[in-house]
Design a protein around this ligand. Structure first.
Ligand SMILES: [Zn+2]
Length: 337
């Protein structure tokens, strides 16, 4: 049966107090709801993609009274209540800088504790933050909802580093994703990752082959982020088309991480033998204008006034002349013309 998850973004847009100290680099304060609301919206999309139904307990920007939030969840007969907040310590960046995330549940524990612990595990896998763990605390929303209920404080507004995370879309999305994965695990439902857009390799020239040493998850981009859901099985060999900082691109555009050599063996394509240095190309003769009829000497042999031969080579002419003399000719002429 489809589970219904009640999502509660803490406070309203302009709730007094609930904001960071003035942040110099930003030139303003950040209101807590600037974080809570987008995370709830991302979480709603995540859960719906995974097949859950959702109900928002504070769908407007107003600071919905806590009693109203609780009755919306109870009346809808929601199965799970999740409230998103950002913690506060002393309202100043001075002095002690608390940090980290925590899951707050009613001291009566029950199923709230089971879900909270799964969620803490997933949150700890994301952005490096201190895991403050489970907090047993009587809060209005967790005490009065008649269902497993967890209130998350996902960082500290009076820690400047974490305060800036509040406006970071990647961080907001990551929190939503990790909590959604926890909901899936809690209800034993397969988590459906956001469809990743895979870009085809820019070159279709195979540069090598990767043979999997273990099952390897594929990613849409050359960085750890959303897995595409594809798993390359151990033993499978795939062509590689590009390598970027330890990420190897497959034919379909997905990337697999080398895992410092643990994930697969990579065999680059053997480079062809470099061609032997070619004989120097004959220099093409410069096209020149038709050479003027070169002046070539011709040696002409005349016997008794009649030409008997004309030669370019004077030797041949001389032979001809000798022959004529030997033949007893009286008048033998050899001239150069
Ligand atoms: Zn709050």
């Amino acid at each position: 049966m489809t589970k219904l998850v009640a999502l509660d973004d803490g406070h309203g847009k302009n709730t007094a107090g609930k904001r960071t100290p003035y942040i110099k680099s930003l030139g303003r304060e950040i209101r807590e709801n600037e974080f809570n609301e987008p995370v709830v919206n991302y979480l709603k999309a995540e859960l719906q993609r995974c097949g859950f139904k959702t109900v928002l307990t504070a769908p407007t920007d107003a600071d919905t009274p806590l009693a109203q939030r609780v009755s919306i969840a109870n009346n809808a007969k929601a199965d799970l209540f999740i409230s998103i907040h950002f913690n506060a310590f002393d309202g100043t960046f001075e002095g002690k800088n608390p940090e980290g995330f925590s899951a707050h549940i009613d001291p009566s524990r029950g199923q709230s504790e089971v879900f909270a612990k799964i969620a803490l595990k997933h949150l700890a896998a994301g952005t490096k933050q201190v895991n403050r763990g489970l907090v047993l605390q009587q809060l209005y929303v967790t005490a009065n909802t008649k269902l497993p209920a967890v209130l998350f404080e996902l960082g500290f507004m009076d820690n400047e580093r974490e305060a800036l995370l509040m406006l970071n879309k990647n961080f907001q999305k990551e929190c939503a994703k990790e909590i959604a994965m926890a909901v899936c695990e809690y209800y034993k439902v397969k988590y459906v990752p956001e469809a990743a857009t895979v870009k085809p390799p820019t070159s279709l020239v195979k540069i090598g082959t990767a043979t999997m040493l273990q099952d390897v998850h594929a990613y849409a981009e050359p960085k750890f982020g959303t897995q595409t859901g594809d798993v390359i099985k151990k033993g499978k060999a795939l062509h590689i088309y590009a390598i970027k900082n330890g990420w190897y691109q497959l034919f379909n555009g997905e990337y697999i991480p080398s895992g410092y050599g643990k994930n697969f063996n990579y065999e680059p394509v053997k480079k062809p033998e470099p061609p032997k240095p070619a004989a120097p190309k004959p220099v093409a003769p410069k096209p020149t204008a038709k050479p003027e009829a070169a002046k070539v000497d011709v040696y002409r042999v005349k016997v008794d006034g009649e030409q008997v031969g004309a030669y370019g080579n004077p030797k041949n002419a001389l032979e001809e002349a000798e022959k004529a003399i030997k033949d007893g000719k009286k008048k033998v002429e050899l001239e150069r013309v």
